[in-house]
Design a protein around this ligand. Structure first.
Ligand code: NAP
Length: 447
């Protein structure tokens, strides 16, 4: 573990003390603080104005009851969260996650990461995140709708185009955003398109938003390859997950000539040496709402994998499912098998020990706050279109996304060089993301 700069060590101890039991949040804070030693040495003003201590404390945390009635007429109670972490750069912005594992520590880790990610996009958006411990799996359409309506019945009073703009995340896709937006519109009597992103194309959404996070992660990895004079053509890639991010990462990888040999869900993983049949995968996951084993039943060249998905030999790995899904043992196997790039489509999928191992093994590591920023960047493009009552073409929007990802990639590398850690994308992303927010916080005074 890196020894923290003295003032950062004190801040980290305070974070541990004030937020007991929130291990994912501790991990996310520690990962950023590990990079900031040279920054506080060079810019004492950040410490003098307690910028980092303020950054570690959310501006506002909202926890609420979500009561709803299931198909059997039983009253169900879930817990809802919205953590409005930092609005120095713009309205709070970040997704909603519906998953049984959601608790305050998960929402805070995601909200904290979001501050730096949003800053890296160069767009005027602050950081926040929300969600619920509601489990959508196995719920009927009616139950999903009633839950979303109940959730928004409290959330609506905290959000708004200029205040806080939620989007999707695990368990929240276009269907859920539709029900959430419908309830917001009904309660407020306002067609306020800019209050949520990830909307459907016919009611204020942006083309490319659905694809953006997965495509963006691939564009980022493409920049790494380009810097080595290589391309995706013929590369073997393993992608974990089979949700929104994974699906569109696979789509773009295949368009660029890569062979995606494995993907997964929380029940297991499949190996398909012929390359994942994306149409079939979409049919199984989006239409049939089935499990990954259903893919194997419908595809001859595929088989269910044993052990860890990261044991499937590959040139490039894209973890696109969930936090801490790739540990040091997985990292060692990836290195042994000749993997040279790991780019995070998910948020914090690699454990700190895995990241250390990548560095020792010479694997290039692209952290999620940079590599998966394409989703939120395209959300900001959706907000631009909403504000100007405009609608852009797929090609134009995709080019804006690609350009943003190139920009983030270059900024990470330039910042890593500036702080004497050449090629260290994690340090570059943390420092570049931090300094922009920190300068805005200094300018806005102690608030
Ligand atoms: P999603 O559509 O709900 O898909 C999540 C995928 O991950 C599913 O295949 C799911 O499998 C799998 N998964 C979830 N929990 C798991 C676990 N504990 N173990 C193994 N697999 C698990 O969500 P998503 O939007 O693709 O999000 C995936 C990741 O990307 C998350 O870390 C999210 O925060 C991050 N991200 C998303 C966006 C975005 O725009 N959506 C933007 C930036 C970052 P099951 O179906 O079996 O649950």
């Amino acid at each position: 573990m890196v020894t923290l700069h003295e003032s950062l060590g004190t801040i980290y101890d305070e974070v541990l003390h004030r937020n007991p039991g929130e291990t994912e949040f501790h991990q996310a804070v520690r990962e950023v603080l590990d990079s900031l030693g040279p920054v506080v040495t060079k810019h004492p003003a950040y410490t003098d104005a307690a910028v980092i201590r303020r950054l570690c404390e959310p501006e506002r945390q909202i926890i609420f009851r979500v009561p709803w009635v299931d198909d059997q007429n039983n009253v169900q109670i879930n817990r809802g969260f919205r953590v409005e972490f930092n609005s120095a750069l713009g309205p709070f912005k970040g997704g909603l996650r519906f998953h049984p594992s959601v608790y305050l520590g998960i929402v805070k880790f995601l909200g904290f990461e979001q501050i730096f990610k949003n800053s890296l996009t160069g767009m005027p958006i602050g950081g926040g995140k929300g969600g619920s411990d509601f489990d959508p799996k196995g719920r009927s359409e009616g139950e999903i709708m009633r839950f979303c309506q109940a959730f928004m019945t409290e959330l609506y009073r905290h959000i708004g185009e200029y205040t806080d703009v939620p989007a999707g995340d695990i368990g929240v896709g276009g269907r859920e955003i539709g029900y959430l937006f419908g309830q917001y519109k009904r309660i407020t009597n306002r067609y306020e398109s800019g209050v949520l992103t990830g909307k459907g194309i016919t009611w204020g959404g942006s083309l490319v938003r659905t694809e953006a996070t997965g495509y963006g992660t691939v564009f980022f990895a493409q920049e790494i390859l380009r810097s080595r004079g290589e391309s995706f053509d013929g590369k073997r890639v393993v992608v974990s997950g089979s949700g929104n991010v994974a699906t569109y990462a696979i789509e773009k990888l295949q368009q660029l000539g890569a062979i995606v040999v494995a993907c997964s869900d929380s029940s297991g993983f499949v190996v398909d040496e012929q390359g994942i049949d994306l149409e079939l995968l979409k049919e199984v996951k989006e239409v049939q709402r089935g499990r990954i084993c259903d893919y194997v039943d419908q595809r001859e060249s595929a088989e269910l994998g044993q052990g860890s998905i990261w044991s499937v030999p590959c040139d490039i790995a894209l973890p696109c499912a969930t936090q801490n899904e790739l540990d040091d043992k997985d990292a060692a196997v990836l290195a042994q098998n000749g993997c040279t790039i790991v780019a995070e489509g998910a948020n914090m999928p690699c454990t700190p020990d895995a990241v250390r191992l990548f560095s020792e093994a010479g694997i290039t590591f692209a952290p999620g706050k940079a590599a998966n920023a394409g989703g939120v960047a395209t959300s900001a493009l959706e907000m631009q279109q909403n504000a100007s009552r405009d609608r852009w073409s797929f090609e134009y929007t995709e080019e804006r996304l690609a350009e943003t990802m190139r920009g983030i990639h270059d900024r990470c590398l330039e910042t890593a060089d500036e702080y004497d850690t050449p090629g260290n994308y994690a340090a570059g992303a943390n420092i570049a993301g931090f300094t922009q927010v920190a300068d805005a916080m200094l300018a806005l005074g102690v608030i």
